[in-house]
Structure formats: structure tokens, C-alpha cells
Design a protein around this ligand. Structure first.
Ligand SMILES: [Ca+2]
Length: 290
């Protein structure tokens, strides 16, 4: 444990509080040409792997199923969504520019701002190609794959036949939280077990630092534990990423890549944390990386 004077504490806070932002600007943004854009962009754009890493942390692949009040037909509404605290709206604006589609909405009364893509042609021509070219690394990849099949079915208007609707609902049963209550009146839906994304170790060995950077921008936390000792403070720096237990493996890969930290399984067995609380590791490895 290292003891710091009051002035040094202030500079450390400054470094850490601007960390996620720096992360986006220094490493996440590069002058590469956006592969999804038809015109080459000279402006700074997030690295595609950063976009995938950030989505692994914060993105959702959603399928809403509902019956329209004016007809008996079931509607399928797929969407891709990233919701953040409103103070991080600039990240969503960059992502909107990156993809060149979607809308940004702030929910009145809530500090949540979302970037949402719902247009089928945008999902088919922009969102699906991005995540096919720069695949998700967490178990969210399973959600993306099921979701993409449903988007294709909707594009082909399969949901208009009873058979097609059953196929879509069957895929949805394995997605995120599964089937919603409002479809319980539809009989004979084949409920699928959620498949596991099998980790390809070769792929993990080549993990892109831009992916890690994007993932940490979404799900990483940097905090400082201060204990007052007379006129001085004792400081503990901590870098942490928390995930569902099914993604413990990726945390191990990140620890290996960064060359520090340990993965702990929580006592509930449902979640796990990658923690770096060793001071030299934070100073020599974590802060320089981000
Ligand atoms: Ca997350």
C-alpha cells in the first residue's frame, strides 16, 4: 500500500475519471476507413473491433412480438439497441455516425439515452454485416445469431404464415429472456435450449486490443478506495469487470492479455469479476493500456 499526499490524490482522480472517455478517444477512435460506409471518411471513427467490444458489453439484440389491435396478425419487430446514461450520449452519436443508420432517443424523466436501429433494411444491410465481419466474443454472440435468423425470416415475410411464426417464436425462446407472456396463446411452439457459444481458443489468442478497449468502456469500472490516516490518505486503486458466470472465460483471456488481475467467482455462482487491485499493476499496466 502506498501513501499519497492530498495533491496526488486529486491527480489520480483526474486520470481515472477521464479514463473511459480517453479510452474511446485515444484507442477507440482511429482514422481507418469505415468498412460500412460507401464513402471513405477522413474524420475519426471508432475502430470496428471497438464497436463490437462495446456491444459485447452494452448492446442488445431484441425481438418484440405483438398483435396489432386492428387485426389478428402477429407483428415481429426486431431491433438493435445500445442504452447508456445520458452523460455518455457522445459515444452513441459516434456509433450512429459509424453505422450511418439508427436514431438516438432520450427517455424523458430518465437519464437513459439509446441508440436504436429498427428498420429491417438497415439491420440486414448494416448491423448484421458488421457483427458477421467483427464477431462478438461473449455469449452475446448466441443472441446475435438467433436474432439475425429472425431478422432474415421477417425480411422474407415468413412471419405471415403460421408455420413461419412458430419458427420465429421457437428461435426467440432461446434468445435473451425467452418468450414473452403475450404469446402464450400460441400453441405448439417448440422451445429451444439456449445454445452455448463454443470458445475458439485460436480466435481468443488473437483478441484485438480495440475489442478489449470497447468492452472495458462499456463494462469496466475504475474506482479508488480511500482511507484517511491523519492528514494523509491511504489509496487503493481498483479496476474491475463484472460478467455473468457464462463469460468467466473471456475475463481470463483479458487478464492474460493485460498481464495482470485475477478472476473471482462470486459466492452465488452466477457472476464473476476480473479484479486488478495491485497498485503497481494498475499504474504500470492498466492506466497505460487505457
Ligand atoms: Ca454488460
Amino acid at each position: 500500500m502506498i501513501i499519497f499526499s492530498n495533491n496526488n490524490i486529486h491527480s489520480l482522480f483526474l486520470i481515472l475519471s477521464t479514463n473511459v472517455k480517453n479510452n474511446f478517444i485515444n484507442r477507440g477512435l482511429s482514422s481507418i476507413v469505415n468498412p460500412l460506409s460507401t464513402e471513405s471518411k477522413k474524420s475519426l471513427s471508432p475502430h470496428p473491433q471497438w464497436v463490437t467490444g462495446f456491444t459485447d458489453a452494452e448492446g442488445s439484440f431484441i425481438i418484440s412480438v405483438y398483435k396489432r389491435s386492428d387485426s389478428n396478425n402477429w407483428q415481429i419487430k426486431p431491433s438493435f439497441e445500445l442504452g447508456l446514461h445520458s452523460k455518455d450520449i457522445s459515444i452513441l452519436q459516434e456509433l450512429k455516425i459509424y453505422f450511418g443508420v439508427g436514431i438516438i432517443n432520450t427517455r424523458i424523466g430518465k437519464n437513459v439515452t439509446s441508440f436504436t436501429v429498427t428498420k429491417i433494411s438497415d439491420l440486414v444491410n448494416v448491423i448484421i454485416p458488421h457483427f458477421s465481419n467483427f464477431p462478438l466474443q461473449t455469449q452475446k454472440r448466441v443472441d446475435f445469431e438467433l436474432w439475425a435468423k429472425i431478422v432474415e425470416s421477417k425480411k422474407n415475410k415468413e412471419h405471415l404464415t403460421h408455420e413461419g411464426l412458430l419458427k420465429i417464436l421457437s428461435l426467440k425462446s432461446a434468445l435473451n429472456k425467452g418468450l414473452s407472456k403475450n404469446t402464450s396463446e400460441i400453441k405448439n411452439i417448440e422451445v429451444l435450449e439456449r445454445p452455448l457459444h463454443l470458445v475458439d481458443s485460436a480466435e481468443f489468442n488473437n483478441i484485438d486490443p480495440n475489442w478489449i478497449s470497447g468492452f472495458v468502456a462499456g463494462d469496466g469500472t475504475f474506482d479508488i478506495k480511500l482511507t484517511k490516516r491523519k492528514s494523509r490518505y491511504q489509496v487503493e486503486l481498483r479496476f474491475r469487470i463484472t460478467q455473468h458466470i457464462r463469460d468467466a472465460h473471456i475475463l481470463g483471456i483479458i487478464a492474460e492479455y493485460l498481464g495482470c488481475g485475477k478472476v473471482y467467482i462470486r459466492s452465488t455462482g452466477l457472476a464473476c469479476d476480473l479484479v486488478v487491485n495491485n497498485f503497481p499493476d494498475n499504474i504500470n499496466k492498466i492506466i497505460p493500456f487505457f
